[in-house]
Design a protein around this ligand. Structure first.
Ligand code: SAM
Length: 297
């Protein structure tokens, strides 16, 4: 007989998936409807195991016995949104990095901002408002801030630039506010900007105070009609790599809100692999080198 040591027993029980709480097809259906109706993210059938593994940890932590119990718990908590915070952290994919979409940043410098400023000069309004919607931990918004501080502000000294980043997940918004990153996030950052705008210690990259102060962050659910109606008068919106998690109906709803959030002549930029084809005909499609922008005429 093989004697089982304490450590082999522990390893066996970790590897033994039979202890794990399973997500039945029926519970999956309820969960996906709940998530969809609250934030527009749609879990396809082939994502059932992903949802199961992402929620299992929280269910165990709370000492609950089933996915149904957890759904009851989340719905009960709707009033103060406390549990939804954990749920959103568990189900979102927050991949991002600095200078992720360089052609968009180049379009901003060479065409979009000069064009917006030429238009604003006629109106006397000297503020450009930029929104990184679904900002994750803030890398996109801070990349824009660096470009503006380094290249745009010196060209247009009389102008103010307001930048806001928003996301569904509290955890990523906290990281964004701290401005502290790991090497992974800065892997595509030009060395000139690394030197100019980061304090580097032991593989940690802290954004400089002036860039940190240029960007405000807050939690915002793109699927929340009321919250979206309050987001108005933006000149440029980045909403990249989030529409892919929505179904067609949610995409249409979110894009129509974004359209309403833009000023006349404003631009929407989405992810490299995303398109508004079949989602909205309201925008003018503008081609820039290696990227496109959606303009509100
Ligand atoms: C893959 S990241 C994209 C980050 C950044 N825009 C980029 O392109 O690098 C997607 C982000 O969308 C956020 N998200 C998902 N559903 C959302 C919703 N309904 N409202 C707001 N943000 C949402 C997630 O929390 C996640 O941080």
């Amino acid at each position: 007989m093989i004697e089982q040591t304490a450590s082999s027993f522990r390893i066996n029980s970790i590897l033994d998936a039979s202890n794990d709480i399973k997500l039945s097809n029926e519970a999956f259906e309820k969960w996906r409807q709940y998530i969809y109706s609250n934030c527009g993210i749609y879990f396809q059938d082939n994502k059932k195991y992903l949802l199961e593994s992402r929620l299992q940890k929280r269910i165990k932590f709370l000492g609950l016995d089933s996915f149904d119990q957890y759904l009851f718990h989340v719905q009960k908590q709707n009033g103060n949104k406390d549990e939804q915070k954990y749920l959103y952290e568990a189900i979102t994919i927050n991949e991002t990095f600095f200078f992720r979409n360089q052609p968009q940043l180049e379009a901003l410098i060479s065409k979009v901002i000069p064009e917006l400023i030429a238009h604003k000069n006629k109106t006397g309004n000297k503020t450009i408002r930029i929104w990184s919607a679904a900002s994750s931990s803030g890398e996109e918004a801070y990349s824009v801030a660096m470009i503006i501080d380094d290249l745009i502000k010196p060209m247009y000294p009389g102008y103010n630039f307001e930048i806001i980043g928003t996301d569904l997940s509290q955890a990523v918004i906290n990281t964004a506010k701290s401005g502290l990153y790991k090497e992974y996030s800065v892997r595509q950052t030009p060395s000139y900007y690394l030197k100019k705008y980061f304090r580097i210690t032991n593989n940690s990259y802290q954004i400089s105070e002036n860039i940190l102060n240029m960007v405000k962050f807050k939690i915002l659910n793109l699927y929340d009609d009321l919250a979206m109606k309050a987001m108005i008068n933006y000149d440029i919106i980045f909403c990249a790599n989030v529409l892919i998690y929505f179904d067609m109906k949610s995409k249409m709803k979110v894009v129509s809100h974004l359209y309403n959030s833009l000023n006349q002549k404003g631009y929407l930029f989405i992810g490299y692999s995303e398109t508004l084809h079949g989602i909205s005909k309201a925008f003018l499609v503008i081609s820039f080198p290696k990227t496109i922008g959606y303009k509100k005429e």
